[in-house]
Design a protein around this ligand. Structure first.
Ligand code: SF4
Length: 280
């Protein structure tokens, strides 16, 4: 067993929260540039250029890419040979988020109760997902998720007979309904299968895959390509101003499911596709 004191995650999560909010991955900026080459609308082209400048400026000046620094989603893949010692791991994850949002001057957007709406003033608690994997390492990802895009996610359970066409229709209807509210160009995360909760989780996890990388299984890769094409025909464009690029990519993840069900979840990612990872 490898023993890790939970306090070790605090500085890691602090730094990842700040990095994710300040520095878009090169993969995202490259996708903006590719979109600029394809985009036909002058309004969307101008806006894409502004998005590129904004991302470059935020990185250079070390400031937030977007004012909405989101819900702090933390995903941890924990090796089964790791044993934790020390204080509560959940508390230490939240301490890392607290320090990151404080030291990075990131907007605090979390209310303690959805109905009394009192801000916690430190962006905690994070939404934490843990998975047990092989090995003795811990892979940590901090993924600040902006409200505009997260608010437009959707879920349904189709009957199995609706099949691929049913999945396509649900994804396309979801993206169309969301329109410009998700701050396009978007990445569309799709979960297929599992249970209601697991389906929505894999839809979110799908957003972490690098833009341009297709699903390894031919069936899903083809479906991703068909969906990208259909979504970009919708004409929503950058920030909803009309145009030929609405989605930078579509990523599907699947999981086995019950014989009676075909769960489908759509998690939309705005152009501020922020995430940073580290391994301890
Ligand atoms: S949806 Fe994304 S780009 Fe739009 S305001 Fe929220 S974080 Fe910013």
């Amino acid at each position: 067993m490898r023993i890790i004191n939970t306090e070790a995650v605090v500085p890691v999560i602090r730094d990842l929260a700040i990095k994710a909010c300040y520095e878009l991955d090169d993969n995202v900026i490259d996708a903006y540039r590719k979109a600029l080459k394809k985009e036909e609308s002058p309004y969307s082209r101008d806006t894409l250029q502004l998005l590129i400048q904004n991302a470059e400026y935020a990185k250079k000046e070390q400031i937030a890419v977007c004012h909405d620094t989101g819900t702090a989603v933390v995903m941890m893949e924990i090796g089964q040979e790791v044993a934790w010692e020390g204080k509560s791991l959940i508390d230490q994850i939240n301490e890392g988020i607290r320090q990151g949002y404080r030291d990075g001057y990131l907007r605090k957007s979390i209310v303690r109760d959805p109905l009394d709406r009192v801000n916690t003033n430190d962006n905690t608690p994070a939404v934490i997902h843990t998975e047990i994997v092989e090995g003795d390492k811990v892979h940590i990802t901090v993924m600040p998720k902006g409200g505009g895009s997260e608010n437009m996610g959707s879920f349904t359970t189709l009957v199995p007979g609706e099949g691929i066409e049913g999945v396509k229709k649900f994804v396309l209807d979801s993206v169309k309904y969301a329109g410009g509210k998700t701050c396009p160009p978007i990445i569309v995360g799709v979960g297929v299968g599992g249970t209601m909760d697991y389906c929505t989780f894999i839809a979110k996890k799908a957003l972490l895959r690098p833009i341009g990388q297709r699903h390894p299984k031919a069936l899903y890769a083809k479906l991703e390509e068909e969906l990208i094409e259909e979504i970009n025909k919708m004409g929503i464009g950058t920030l909803g101003m009309g145009g030929t690029v609405t989605a930078l990519d579509v990523h599907i993840e699947y999981y086995p499911c019950h014989i009676t069900a075909l769960p489908v979840a759509v998690n939309l990612q705005c152009h501020s596709s922020r995430h940073a990872s580290a391994v301890i």
